[in-house]
Write a new protein. Structure first.
Length: 403
């Protein structure tokens, strides 16, 4: 059962967010959220209707290209649905709360530095001739010892109170930024830093940061695929908000995953023309992805089950096109779909990766609205996109091309 949440803080943040958009459609959906939550000073409405209303705001914002507001309301919906603690929202959207968190972070880092100095003092007292190598060995030993720490509920374990569990989640959503560092001791270092910063192209820097983020996301997906025990949920987590992996035809991943009472989509993508593309995810470790029967290669039953499931999704979208378009602004008529399933490395019966590829190619040539690909194909395609992006940002690549 979901642990639905609501609070005065959420209502205040929703109300403040209303001032961040000029789109009438987005404001109307925000007003619907405020009506659900009720007036100030009373009980604040919560439950699945509130989560849906917050997701509707996020989706409407995506349709208008207002991605900052969309991300904000996606966080609000995660909190209302019980997936995020209030401290996370405060960290993102409450300046005073963020300042308190930063102060706590600074104190924690200062405490860690003090403990490091104390450990070095003990090392020097016990061994006056200790070297830098000895100090490194000391801290390596401390780092290795953390492998023996665990969190448990039984005797001899460590049970975290709710406050500390929230703190762990909070730091899981933070990034540490160094600001206002002291001046360099050397004037030469200061001059070099000024020269570097003077040449920084802000647009190029943003592109590089986005590129690094995509590389990290693709690496996480590859690691999950390499793990034979990875579940569909684990793979879904790696692909959430990573619509770029599926190609440049998609504007964004839609906030809402449910458009009819009996259909919950894995990854709904929005095309540039406002139509829907459905991505259905299955496990990577499927031994009978391709089978050999009477000397011929064909797709195994897991693929046919996945395709049939996706066909039912598309049929439902077609039948409810008008109501979905009116309610959510997404055109689902003749929507397309991609099924991502399996990987050649897990296929048995002596079937080679090349045979897997050829079997899927034969199947897809006879399909109209649904394409079936493996995680290998998905990752290889995304890797090529990243390689091209990296080449464009390499200052030497243009010279080589022009030569």
């Amino acid at each position: 059962m979901a642990n639905f949440r609501s609070s005065f803080t959420l209502r205040r943040m929703v109300s403040e967010a209303r001032q961040l958009t000029e789109h009438a459609g987005v404001r109307e959906r925000i007003d619907a959220v405020l009506r659900l939550m009720g007036g100030l000073g009373g009980d604040y409405g919560k439950g699945k209707p509130l989560v849906n209303a917050l997701e509707d705001v996020a989706q409407e914002s995506i349709l208008h290209g207002d991605f900052d507001v969309a991300r904000r309301f996606q966080h609000f919906a995660s909190y209302a649905g019980g997936d995020l603690y209030l401290e996370i929202l405060e960290h993102y959207y409450d300046e005073e709360a963020r300042q308190r968190s930063e102060e706590g972070m600074r104190r924690m880092i200062a405490l860690g530095a003090d403990r490091a100095v104390a450990a070095l003092d003990v090392l020097c007292q016990e061994n006056p001739d200790a070297t830098a190598a000895d100090a490194r060995d000391l801290f390596r030993g401390i780092a290795r010892s953390t492998d023996y720490l665990s969190i448990g509920k039984g005797e001899g374990g460590i049970q975290l109170p709710t406050r500390e569990a929230r703190r762990l989640q909070q730091y899981g959503h933070m990034e540490i930024v160094l600001r206002n560092l002291p001046r360099p001791a050397s004037t030469e270092v200061a001059r070099m830093m000024n020269d570097v910063l003077a040449d920084v192209d802000a647009g190029l820097l943003a592109q590089l940061l986005e590129l690094r983020s995509r590389q990290a996301g693709l690496a996480a997906l590859s690691a999950a695929v390499d793990d034979p025990d990875s579940s569909e949920n684990a793979l879904h987590a790696c692909l959430k908000n990573q619509e770029w992996i599926f190609g440049g035809a998609y504007v964004a991943e839609l906030a809402r995953r449910q458009y009819t009472s009996d259909t919950i989509l894995d990854i709904p993508l929005l095309r540039g023309d406002g139509s829907l593309h459905v991505v259905e995810l299955k496990r990577a470790n499927i031994k009978n992805l391709v089978i050999r029967l009477h000397g011929h290669l064909m797709l195994g039953s897991p693929v046919h089950h996945a395709v049939s499931q996706t066909q039912n999704y598309l049929r439902t979208m077609d039948e409810n096109r008008r109501s979905i378009l009116n309610a959510h602004g997404v055109d689902t008529r003749r929507a397309s779909a991609t099924v991502v399933i399996g990987h050649p490395r897990y296929v048995t019966d002596g079937i080679t990766p090349q045979e897997v590829t050829e079997t899927l190619r034969t199947y897809n040539t006879h399909a109209a609205r649904i394409e079936v690909i493996t995680y290998e194909t998905l990752i290889d395609s995304a890797s090529r996109m990243l390689a091209l992006s990296s080449a464009r940002q390499d200052p030497d690549s243009d010279e080589e091309t022009s030569a």
